[in-house]
Design a protein around this ligand. Structure first.
Ligand code: HEC
Length: 158
């Protein structure tokens, strides 16, 4: 453990710009911001914001805006380009039976496409169009299942 820590500190000193805890939203490319708005934010709203938003802030984490998502909670959520060290991704990709899985066991799980889209975003790559489409369709299905009568007061994201 100590060795890992030392290694991390070493890398941090060598690359201070890529390993900071929170990345300013300005560091994202326009394509990444568009992916976030179109695919990731609706996914978070459908599956996460009830516990990680204005009403509840579980783990001190809010996922209701890009800034809040990048800021993280008790722990950092992710650094773009480093999906394998992302705590958020790790918890989303846990087996459904695991105690720490997100969303929690009792909630509707994310689909493979939704998880892949999240991974692709955190990889720092543009989400491939067909994947973005499939993940968004799954998000819409989750929203529809949660609220059979679709709300008319929320603006539709294009
Ligand atoms: C039903 C409520 C609920 C939902 C829905 C939910 N979470 Fe959580 N989440 C929690 C609770 C409670 C904690 C704090 C305890 C813990 O860390 O397990 C938490 C903690 C976390 C943490 C760790 C925060 C930190 O900094 O330690 C992450 C990351 C996370 N959730 C991601 C998500 C994501 C992503 C989603 C949606 C895909 C989601 N959660 C949906 C209840 C929820």
């Amino acid at each position: 453990m100590q060795v890992t820590l030392l290694l991390c500190v070493g890398t941090l000193a060598a690359a201070p710009l890529t390993l900071k805890k929170a990345e300013p939203a300005a560091a994202l490319s326009p394509a990444q911001k568009a992916d976030y708005a179109k695919v990731i934010q609706p996914l978070f709203e459908a599956h996460c914001v009830s516990c990680h938003g204005p009403k509840k802030e579980k783990g001190k984490l809010r996922l209701d805006s890009l800034e809040a998502t990048l800021k993280g909670g008790k722990n950092p959520t992710f650094t773009l380009g480093r999906p394998d060290s992302s705590m958020l991704l790790a918890r989303v990709f846990l087996e459904r039976g695991a105690g720490d899985v997100m969303p929690p066991k009792a909630e509707r799980p994310l689909t493979e496409k939704q998880k892949e889209a999240l991974y692709s975003f955190i990889e720092g790559q543009p989400i491939p169009a067909d994947l973005a489409k499939a993940a968004s369709a799954d998000t819409q299905a989750a929203l529809a299942a949660a609220k059979p009568t679709a709300p008319t007061d929320s603006p539709t994201r294009k």
